[in-house]
Design a protein around this ligand. Structure first.
Ligand code: AOF
Ligand code: ZN
Length: 350
């Protein structure tokens, strides 16, 4: 019971790193002694201190000379197994051993090959008691992007689109005509701030000239990814503005011009989603929101390369249009967003 309460606090802290730690996981840490929290920390930014380091520092900052004494009676709660390797920072398991903490309670085991149980082993070998799997499902859910990347060598894919009541695909730009307020758009921009990248096909850029930024929400702009095999998109397109980095996957050239990265690929008509997925893995992109068009979304659906789909259903019908992608998945949530219904699907096979 208490373990779960403290782990829930770890998750709250971990979440504060959202948008700043990719491709690392979000991690929170709480240190408890004598029945109270004596220090908290979370992984704030990629390349910077891990959660445990910040929590240990918080204890030392507050308790000074008494800190080492407190550690000996302390239980450390951490949402992910303490690391065992020298990465951008030294191993957290060593840190906890050095301060001789009594017990460590963990949410998830870290599947990253450099850790993968080695942190737990180090702690146990040092005589520290270790409890695993507290609120494991919630911890897994929070770091679903990280786990997908590490375990499947691909980013976590979120699909997003809007469709009419009679099943036609509707890009966001045209939402103005049929979504009564801008709430769906605001939500979409919030979602964009939460992912590393946003992907669209050439057709969407040519038809809508979207900016693919987050102007209606506070937060970072995702990297813009565009599939443009023959480089048909004109340089005047809004996706080339300076808001964010833009990556153009194409068959013509590899070149970097300021914020625009051209990446050449071979035979893009074959296994495109698989090739893009692996390329993004190599680029350290942990999550992607795919927003169009219907063809691009269907390509990823048919390849089974999707994890979540967020689909706005309008109450309005259109006379005609492009059919919306067909999706089969587990409907996890249904909610109203102004006059629209938002359905969240999960791919149970991914
Ligand atoms: C922890 N606590 O707060 C985090 C961990 O390159 P580095 O040094 O930042 O190491 C990154 C790896 O460390 C990452 O892939 C994951 O396995 C683990 N992240 N571990 O003990 C933390 N963020
Ligand atoms: Zn660490």
């Amino acid at each position: 019971m208490l373990d779960e309460t403290y782990m829930r606090r770890c998750l709250e802290l971990a979440e504060m790193g959202m948008g700043n730690v990719s491709p690392n996981p979000m991690v929170g840490c709480v240190i408890v002694a004598d029945g109270r929290i004596i220090g908290e920390g979370f992984h704030r930014k990629i390349g910077e201190a891990h959660a445990e380091v910040n929590a240990v520092k918080a204890v030392i900052d507050q308790y000074g000379d008494q800190a080492e004494d407190l550690f000996k009676r302390a239980t450390v709660y951490v949402s992910l197994e303490p690391c065992a390797h020298f990465g951008k920072t030294p191993p957290c398991a060593d840190l906890l051993i050095r301060h001789r903490v009594k017990k460590v309670v963990i949410g998830n085991k870290d599947p990253f090959s450099e850790v993968d149980g080695k942190g737990i082993e180090k702690l146990k070998n040092a005589g520290i008691s270790v409890v695993q799997g507290v609120l494991e499902d919630s911890c897994t859910l929070l770091n679903r992007r990280f786990f997908t990347r590490v375990q499947q060598q691909r980013p976590y894919f979120i699909l997003k689109w809007a469709q009419t009541a009679n099943g036609f695909f509707a890009p966001l730009k045209r939402n103005k005509e049929w979504i009564s307020s801008g709430m769906a758009k605001k939500l979409t921009h919030k979602w964009r701030t939460e992912e590393d990248a946003i992907l669209v096909g050439k057709g969407t850029v040519l038809a809508d000239n979207p900016q693919l930024n987050t102007r209606e929400w506070t937060g970072k702009n995702p990297v813009r990814l565009v599939i443009d095999k023959n480089l048909d998109i004109p340089v005047s397109a809004a996706i080339f503005n300076s808001d964010a980095k833009t990556v153009i996957f194409n068959e013509i050239k590899t070149e970097v011009i300021d914020n625009i990265h051209y990446i050449q690929m071979e035979d893009m008509q074959f296994y495109l989603p698989q090739k893009i997925a692996y390329q993004l893995y190599l680029m350290d992109i942990q999550s992607v929101i795919i927003e169009g068009g219907a063809f691009m979304l269907s390509l990823f659906i048919n390849a089974g390369l999707w994890d979540e789909a967020r689909v706005f259903h309008s109450s309005h019908s259109w006379m005609t249009g492009i059919p919306a992608p067909e999706i089969h998945g587990f409907i996890e949530e249904v909610m109203n967003v102004d006059a629209d219904r938002l359905l969240i699907y999960k791919n149970i096979k991914s």
